[in-house]
Design a protein around this ligand. Structure first.
Ligand SMILES: [Zn+2]
Length: 310
């Protein structure tokens, strides 16, 4: 071989060997010194992981329990940045309000439900966010995430958003008087006082800060109007009519003793309440449909029986 060619051959061998070595060096695993648990010892620069713990579910309208970002191994002076994501196409504007967005631990204030699919009736009662925390320490940045479900309770007959009891004829006192004129020695009621139609007010079971509280209020108030004014063709205002019962039955009761009058009045009221409760049951489905038709038009336009019309 010519001397110059031999020189060039050796140079190429040396250069390619160096190239292979540098690739080999780059692919070698990096040695990471594990950080000690005590702050006084020097902390490792480099790899760490972020793990998020916290609630899996939170009821809409309430504050969540704490989300925590845990760094392994410990790093000196880490900084935290909480963030969240919701699926694309979600309705009812997803939102997460962190109490603190830059601390190792935080809560979400007033959990907000979003609609997926974005449909009045078909939307799920559960909306799933991804909660993340980005931790920066020693020039490294790592993210930990977890799924978090915000749910609106499914309204059932056993566990409704609100409820209102049916009216009834209620006795608070009875005024029994001697029949006149004597000597007709009998006793009767001296008037309707103490016997009245009782219209219960609604009670509510959603958190006060729930987006659906107003919808529940409008729904239950509609039931009250059905009971007092017969709105929507639901003629429950004609049931449990104390005045009518007094005029037709109670005022005509005459007995030998005051106690016999009281017993007869109580029996007649119980009988009327029982009969009207049975009639009311036949109106139950229509009453619910009417109340849902009204509450469907209250925002948010979701999770009701019908699509909104307003
Ligand atoms: Zn109802």
């Amino acid at each position: 071989m010519d001397r110059r060619i031999r020189w060039a051959w050796w140079a190429s061998v040396v250069l390619s060997t160096l190239g292979v070595m540098s690739i080999w060096l780059a692919t070698m695993p990096r040695t990471v010194t594990m950080a000690a648990d005590t702050a006084s010892e020097p902390l490792a620069k480099g790899e760490f992981t972020v793990t998020i713990s916290g609630p899996d579910t939170t009821k809409e309208g309430t504050d969540s329990r704490a989300f925590k970002a845990k760094i392994t191994p410990l790093q000196s002076s880490p900084t935290y940045a909480w963030s969240w994501e919701a699926p694309e196409g979600a309705g009812n504007i997803p939102a997460v309000n962190f109490e603190n967005a830059d601390t190792a631990q935080t809560i979400v204030k007033t959990a907000h439900w979003f609609a997926i699919p974005d449909d009045d009736v078909a939307a799920s009662h559960q909306s799933t966010y991804t909660i993340s925390c980005t931790v920066t320490a020693n020039g490294e940045e790592h993210v930990g995430s977890k799924q978090w479900v915000v749910f609106v309770p499914v309204a059932t007959p056993e566990k409704p958003w609100g409820s209102v009891k049916d009216p009834k004829i209620l006795i608070t006192s009875l005024n029994v008087v001697q029949n006149t004129p004597p000597p007709n020695n009998l006793w009767r009621l001296g008037g309707i006082a103490g016997i009245q139609r009782n219209v219960p007010q609604p009670v509510y079971f959603l958190p006060a800060a729930s987006q659906f509280t107003q919808k529940a209020h409008v729904h239950e108030e509609r039931h009250v109007l059905q009971n007092t004014q017969g709105v929507g063709g639901i003629w429950k205002d004609t049931l449990w009519d104390a005045q009518k019962l007094y005029d037709n039955v109670l005022s005509k009761i005459q007995k030998a003793t005051p106690q016999q009058v009281r017993d007869a009045v109580i029996a007649a009221v119980l009988e009327q309440n029982g009969a009207d409760n049975i009639t009311a049951k036949t109106l139950f489905q229509a009453a619910e449909e009417d109340a849902h038709r009204v509450s469907s038009d209250v925002e948010p336009w979701y999770l009701d029986w019908y699509a909104h019309t307003s």
